[in-house]
Design a protein around this ligand. Sequence first.
Ligand code: AGP
Length: 615
Amino acid sequence: MCGIVGYVGSKPVIDILLNGLSKLEYRGYDSAGVAVNSEGKIKIYKAEGKLQNLKELLETHKAEILDTTAGIGHIRWATHGLPNTINAHPHTCNCGKLAIVHNGIIENYKELKKDLLAKGCEFKSETDTEVVAHLIANEYGKYNDLPKAVREAAKKLKGAYALCVMHQDEPNILVGTRKNAPLIVALGQGENYLASDSPAIIQYTKRVIYLDDDQFAVLTPSSVLITDIEGRQIDRKEEILPWEPVAMSKLGYKHFMLKEIHEQPDVIRNVLSGKLPDINKPIVLDEVKLTKDEIKNLKRIEIIACGTSLHAAMVAKYILEAFTNIPVDVEASSEYIYRKTVTDANTLVIGISQSGETSDTITAIRQAKSVGSHVLIITNRPDSIMAREAHSLIPVNAGIEVSVAATKSFNAQLIALYLFAMYIAEIKESFDLEKIKDLKHEMLLLPQKIETILSHKEDIMKCARAFASYKNFIYIARGINYPTALEGALKLKEISYINATGYPAGELKHGPIAMLDETMPVLAILMPGSIVYEKVLSNAEEAKARNAKMIALTSAHDAHLNDVFEYILRVPSVDEYLSPVITSVPLQLLAYYIAEFLGKDVDQPRNLAKSVTVE
Ligand code: AGP
């Protein structure tokens, strides 16, 4: 979603802002803008669409902005008002002396706007952010002090915000604050930065301070002051970012998505390393802070997540229930937060999130914490808000995921969840320990099996070419691969915009079968193991009888498959419990190649954002 970069120092400000914004592009946006304090004036430049448009605009104004020491930049993902230049950030006030960028949503902006209109403020945009600009300008009129004006204005704001503000009359100061939206202060030598996410600044410095809600940062080139809302100084320790700048490179791949799909074998090795030292020894999960007795007393597990992380949670339900005998509920965070939380101290609540910044999941875990549940977070961002809220934290260390479509984070989450389920099963002795040993052995082989899929992509590419022109798709599976079907369908719709829906195969004849004809391809996941293989095959035959074009994703070498399916995508054989890790990979590739053939913007699909930081 939206991204913020702010800079005070002596380097070329525009370069730093544009470079920082380009590192946040992956989050998804529809317009961009910068404001600089140059030659004693606030100058604002904004453009609709990609950052390139803003770069071209700035190129034509080069001469006006040579002498600049401070600036703020923003990429906007539209919430209030169209994604056009007027609504793009930065926004300003009547006098044009102040500039502000904002991530989040101001919930009470309508009431505030009414008051400000009565005071003579003139609004140019449809945004909630412009209200904040006028509000701070009004306070500035009273105090002539930017930090104080921002603090006073913040007292009137409701909602979620990360704000970065500058004023013409205080040219070497930036003020930042946040509430329910991330903002970090990054520390340099004779320069300081504000950013909504670390990729924006990591190439300049790894020294950061994570602002907490209702904290205010006042930056000059040589100092950083953190205060509370009353202006009282707060001592905050700096931390070192756990990332390397190289992680943002495509390393020769055409898209980040393709690169990230190919990283999965190493990502899995990474998650396993240290936690599965020897198949004859118990899983090591020091990150889990529950005692053995607390684990034995767990009555229920709830898992909350969104999107791809929700699909990982759905796989985990099968595993956790099978291995631990503990009932597991899985719910979309956005639903969890709008009903009564009946969670209690004997319920473990697991939040899964690649970004650790998804607004609905943050709210959900806070609700669970407030009723006394232990909260375990599984995230790819140990520096995120969710990680900071966790009682227990399992970081999945997949490396930064740039493509909006999640791939490697899904499998990293799955491995973390398998380890967790085995860890509990070993403590409770609730599952055949010999079988767990076999599964541990199989887990160690997963990277190799994915490598086999990645080195034989021709069938997937052929299938993608054949189906790229279809407008609709159905994915079916049963059991533990039903979530994989949902995930495959989500990948396809996200990046190709083809309408794809995942169904439990058994549900087909309860309605969706009515849609089947030669225009509706059906992809069936058939992994041998329990009885579901035969069942999915029967459901596929029913679809075939309605003239649907049929694709199989399977490890089976059953001759009968050739009678039912036009395309067979083969994967190495694997224990059914672990199969989603394997079946997810060809589905990611199929979606990727279809989107590629269609010429879509694979890494930054329209309307989507990498971190969904608004409800
Ligand atoms: C996945 O491809 C999506 N872009 C999206 O569904 C994502 O998984 C969802 O927004 C949840 O994000 P999180 O894992 O960062 O919480």
